[in-house]
Every structure is written in C-alpha cells, then in structure tokens.
Design a binder for this molecule. Structure first.
Ligand code: TXE
Length: 498
C-alpha cells in the first residue's frame, strides 16, 4: 500500500527478454492522484511490433509451446494464477499508482483474478472435437480445435490487469501466442505481470509486451500480416480502426467497446437496495467502466423519493487518495478523460438537463493535485439528449422518468450500445420480461456490476463483437478443423461430388 519512489524505468518484454525499445525512447506515466510522473515506459514503434510478432510466431510454430500437451499448458496457467495471488499486494499498488484505481477495489480484483487462470487452465485439456455420424459409406469424419494463432491483445486504461487477464487466460488455454499492447496511460501492471509469466515457466515468445501509443504501435500491430486474431477493449472510434485493419486479411476479432447502460427501477423495487445498486453502477471506479449504469430510468411514482435517498447516500462518498482503504471515489485516470467528462457535463447543461449534484471538479484539499470530478447527477434528461446517448466514462448519471414498462424497455434499448442493463423489481414476472426485452449482453436483476470467470461477457450492437469469460470465450481463440478420412476401396466417379 505504499507509493514507489523515485521514478521507475521499465523495459519491454519480447521473445522472453527484457529489452529497450528500438527508438531508445521512454515516455512518462502519470500518477493521477499526485498529477506527477512516477514511471518511464518504453516508447515502442513498428520495429518492436515486428520483433514481438516474429517471436510469437516462432513460439507458436516451433519448440516447446508448439508441442506442449494441453494438460501442461493448464498447469502453467494455474501456476500463474498462484503467483498473482502471492503478489496481489504489489500488483495492486502498481495499478493504484498508475491508474488511480482504489486500493480496496484492486485488492478485491486481485483476490479474484487468479480464478480466470485456474478456470481456463482447467479447460485447456477439455476441448474435445466430435465424431460426425456422416451420411456416407466408408468414411470417418471428425472435428478438432486448433489455436487461432498469434493474438494481438489491446487493452485500455480503466482496468488494465483484469482486462488483460480476460484475454490472456483463454488465449493461452487455447494454445495461442500473444503480443499485448496495454494502454499508453497504464502499461506498468502488464509489464509487472510478465515477471510472473517468466517465473511460472512459460516458454520464450509465448507472451510479449510492446508499450506505446495507439497510432504508433496499435496501427502496425493490428495491420500486421503475422497476427491472426485481435482481442481489443477500448473506445468505439479506436475499435472501428482496429476492425478496419482486421478486415484487410480477415483477422479474427473480438471487440469490447463500452456502453450507455440503463438501470431500470420499477415502482415495486426495494428502494434502499436499488439506491445502492445504482450508486455502484455509476460511481464505483469513478464511473470509468464500460458497464457504467449511466442512465437511470425511474418510474415517475418513485422518482422524488428515490432521488432524495440517492443524493443523501451518494453525497457521503469519500473522495481522495486511492491508496487509502477509506476512499470510495478516486481520481480520473487521465487528464484527457478528465477534460472529456467536464465537456460532457457542460454539454448536458447546454441541452437543458438540470444538475442536482456535483457537476464540477472536486474542490476538497485532498483532491488538489489529482484529476477529480464530483459524483454528478442530472435530472430532467430526455433519452434523445446527447448526455443520454453518448458514453461519458465518468461519474455522471442521467435521470430519465418513465410511466409504462414498455416505454422503459424502449428507452433502455434506444442507444447505439447494448452492453449491460440493470433491473430493480420484486415482481418475478416483470424481472423475466425485462431480461427478455432488454437488448444487452448482460442483464442484472436486483444486482449490478457482478462479473465472473464463468459468465460470458460482451455486447450487443456497437458495444462489440464476441464474448470474454465463460466456456465460450475459449472458442474465440480456436479454429475448427473438420477431417475426412476415407477407407473406401476405390474412388467413385471422380467427376461427381462425393
Ligand atoms: O480509448 P482508446 P481512449 C471509451 C470511453 C473513453 C473513450 C476514449 O468512452 O472516453 O473510449 O478513450 C489503443 N489502433 N473507452 O481514447 O484510445 C490505445 O493505445 C490500435 C471504453 O483512451 O480506444 C489503448 O491501448 N489500438 C473502454 C486502447 O486502444 C489503438 C475503455 C484503448 O484506448 C488505436 C477505454 C489504434 N488506432 C475507453 N488507437 C471500455 N470498453 O471499457 C488507440 N488504441
């Protein structure tokens, strides 16, 4: 729980070696609470990308990893999980310093992250093909699964270790090799993770990390002909670039691009529980999550009572040093995001929404050096306003009233996104109806922000393509092969399809 001093200098990790970037340059990573640089990150370019992809390709096609039995791969994954659990404190501190995430949240995340490696480690040797009872004489036909190949994993700044884990664990279990590019704002924890990858005993080249800027290395990595699959989490605009690059040689693609998730509170909801659930959806992680429940759709009959309770409780949230176990709302991770949130707040005011809480940078002395925005609530929002349609990625809640259930479902679905939705009701019939009517990859009923290594996660519509976690995630990293074997005596008429 202590800050690392003085500035720490990192190297990149390519082909099992720690090395300087080809450019010879580093850039600063800023501690968002202190507003000061705390680490130096290698500024990689296309040459490092080429080296990392070549190392990943070699490891995929030749040597120990290429011939390793899936059971052994599973052991390595489980060993990595154990090492993460052992080093949870250290990794949590690095993430807090680099990202501004709460130490309390990171301890929780890191006690759970090893489960992804245990779960997918267990799955590694249970991927079974099938024998097809083929409708042809003297023919034996079966399927098998093979690693999709070299994976480019690109992660954002909001949950660097967790979102890397969601990609690495299934990709490694499938037998792929990987080049990871963490966000330029939060590269440190991914580099720290590689020390544990080495210690676990993964062969050289299986995992490689290149660090740097989206335009400088994200582009060469996603358009590299040696990459077979891209697994990307980030903003919609960058996602579009990545998908365009992937299309050039039809790379396989998983995208997780954020959302504008609605929390629907019905008149029969348990009000106290739903107030806490809505707070957790929008103010936990300072709203910097793809599943932020940024639109509250509330029945008009409980609107005033709910808001009174909500503001009373949210108003007690303690802001300040993310290293302190007492803090509940930490800083915004980047200055750019801080500015973007303030711009969105001004936009909401200009559209005629009424700010009833926050709506400005925090003025408390303990927040003086960092990028802090007060938890913010806008009332009288209509679903067509930009504040209700565009992802803010910060602690800003838009409150929208509804009268009929159908109206609530229609508004909930009326954005370009479809990542998550929350439903608060004690009526079972309504809960099932809502789960069916909401166009979102995850629907939470009387809970919010629960995730698990067992549960598939991903989006409808502009929120993305594919799923992470759960058994189906491993198939995102596998190709299906169908093998036909004939034991016929002769080849029948060669001019007719067999
Ligand atoms: O993300 P970027 P930004 C949303 C959120 C936020 C907005 C912009 O609304 O306000 O996106 O955030 C890499 N080719 N989310 O600009 O740039 C980049 O280096 C390849 C939602 O910070 O998308 C980083 O590693 N890669 C989200 C990663 O993409 C490129 C999480 C994500 O950064 C690239 C973060 C390119 N052309 C932001 N350009 C979520 N879904 O959780 C950038 N990158």
């Amino acid at each position: 729980m202590s800050r690392i001093q003085p500035t720490k200098r990192y190297q990149c990790f390519i082909g099992g070696r720690w090395c300087e970037p080809a450019s010879g340059q580093h850039f600063e990573s800023i501690d968002p609470f202190l507003g000061k640089p705390w680490a130096l990150i290698p500024r990689c370019d296309g040459r490092d990308v080429d080296a990392a992809v070549a190392a990943a390709r070699t490891a995929l096609e030749r040597g120990e990893w290429a011939s390793m039995h899936p059971s052994r791969r599973g052991q390595l994954l489980r060993r990595l999980g154990e090492l993460i659990a052992r080093d949870a404190d250290r990794l949590a501190s690095v993430e807090v310093q680099d990202n501004g995430k709460l130490y309390a949240e990171m301890r929780g995340q890191l006690s759970y992250l090893p489960q992804w490696f245990h779960y997918f480690g267990g799955l590694a040797d249970k991927i079974e093909g099938s024998v097809i009872p083929i409708d042809k004489q003297d023919m034996f036909t079966f399927t098998s699964y093979e690693p999709v190949g070299v994976v480019a994993a690109i992660t954002p700044w909001n949950s660097p270790l967790m979102l890397a884990t969601w990609k690495l664990a299934p990709a490694l279990a499938a037998g792929c090799t990987i080049v990871i590019k963490p966000s330029e704002f939060t590269s440190a924890s991914t580099l720290e993770l590689m020390k544990l990858v080495e210690e676990a005993g993964f062969p050289a080249g299986v995992l490689n990390v290149v660090t740097g800027f989206g335009a400088e290395i994200g582009e060469p990595l996603t358009s590299h002909p040696g990459v077979d699959k891209i697994a990307f989490t980030g903003g919609e605009e960058s996602g579009r670039h990545v998908a365009h690059n992937a299309a050039q040689n039809f790379k396989r693609l998983t995208l997780e691009l954020g959302g504008k998730s609605a929390q629907l509170v019905f008149p029969d909801a348990d009000l106290d529980k739903s107030v806490k659930g809505v707070i957790s959806g929008i103010f936990a992680a300072t709203g910097q999550t793809c599943i932020a429940g940024s639109r509250l759709l509330i029945h008009e009959s409980i609107h005033d009572e709910f808001l009174d309770k909500f503001i009373a409780l949210a108003g007690t949230a303690r802001m300040g040093d993310p290293m302190s176990m007492e803090t509940q709302v930490g800083p915004i991770t980047t200055q750019r995001q801080f500015q973007r949130i303030l711009t969105c707040i001004e936009m909401a005011r200009a559209e005629g929404a009424e700010c009833v809480m926050g709506g400005r940078p925090a003025t408390r002395p303990e927040c003086a050096d960092g990028w802090f925005v007060e938890p913010t609530v806008f009332m009288n929002v209509s679903n067509s306003m930009r504040i209700a349609q565009e992802e803010v990625f910060g602690p800003v809640l838009s409150v929208i009233r509804f009268r009929e259930d159908d109206e609530a479902y229609a508004m909930a679905n009326d954005t370009p996104y479809g990542l998550g939705a929350g439903v608060w009701t004690t009526d079972q019939r309504r809960a099932f109806t809502a789960a069916k009517r909401l166009r979102a990859g995850t629907v939470w009923t009387n809970t919010y922000r629960s995730v698990s290594y067992m549960a598939p996660f991903g989006g409808f519509k502009n929120s993305g393509i594919g799923r992470e976690s759960g058994q189906e995630a491993i198939y995102e990293y596998l190709e299906t092969k169908c093998v036909w074997m004939s034991y016929e005596k002769d080849v029948p008429n060669p001019f007719v399809m067999r």
